[in-house]
Design a protein around this ligand. Structure first.
Ligand code: FMN
Length: 199
């Protein structure tokens, strides 16, 4: 790989930000061909045993309304009264309609006892980072959301996923609203996260 390509990839990785659905243009569709390329890029993630343990359930158009209603129902049914928050409930009803695409990203258990579950989840996380980087390179905004209700039996049943499978996140995708100030972020100096062992 050339140095120029590395420079571009490094810049892309650092440029990716979580773009909230409220900052996406809900009226501008994402072309199916572009979505397919982004999903294909996701699948080039590494997987132990080449199990490719992902499933992407893509919600667009009216399916987003059904997703929003389901999240609200499941949240209401599974949240203890003392933890229930009206603002969260409201957001669940709104967010899927603010983004043109919402992808329920599922770890489908494929490796059996040979591959630990955590490694299947890790592989899906790698795929979702690929997905986000590919989307960012295309100019799309993306946002990984993981409300606790994703782990409930009720939501898993609605998604029609297996008992050993797990929805690890909702990825919201959409074109950023024009004029959006791209969010800034910071990271700790890598030296504080690194121990060099040279001798
Ligand atoms: C596994 C995972 C789950 C996440 N879940 C949420 C979430 O539920 N809500 C949220 O606001 N952000 C969520 N995020 C996004 C992080 O908040 C975000 O990546 C972090 O603030 C750093 O910002 P950046 O993505 O712009 O670099 C999640 C990220 C990951 C990797």
């Amino acid at each position: 790989m050339s140095v120029a390509t590395h420079t571009h990839i490094s810049a892309l990785i650092r440029h990716r930000r979580s773009i909230k659905p409220v900052d996406m243009d809900s009226s501008r569709a994402v072309e199916r061909t572009l979505l397919t390329t982004i999903l294909e890029d996701a699948t080039w993630a590494p997987t132990h045993g080449l199990t490719e343990p992902w499933k992407f359930i893509v919600h667009q158009g009216g399916a987003r309304q059904r997703l929003a209603e389901t999240m609200q129902c499941v949240y209401q049914a599974t949240t203890p009264a003392n933890e229930f928050r009206e603002d969260k409930m409201k957001k669940m009803g709104e967010n899927p309609l603010l983004a043109p695409v919402v992808i329920a990203c599922v770890m489908e258990r494929r490796g059996g006892a040979k591959i630990p579950e955590v490694e299947e989840i890790e592989a899906v996380a790698c795929a979702l980072q690929n997905l986000q980087l590919s989307a960012t390179a295309a100019g799309l905004g993306c946002y990984w959301s993981s409300p606790p209700l994703l782990g409930t039996r009720e939501f898993a049943e609605w998604l029609q996923i297996g008992v050993e499978d797990r929805c690890v996140g909702l990825i919201y995708l959409g074109w950023p609203k024009s004029g959006l100030n791209w969010p800034r972020s910071v990271r700790q100096p890598v030296e504080s996260k690194t121990r060099w062992c040279d001798e």
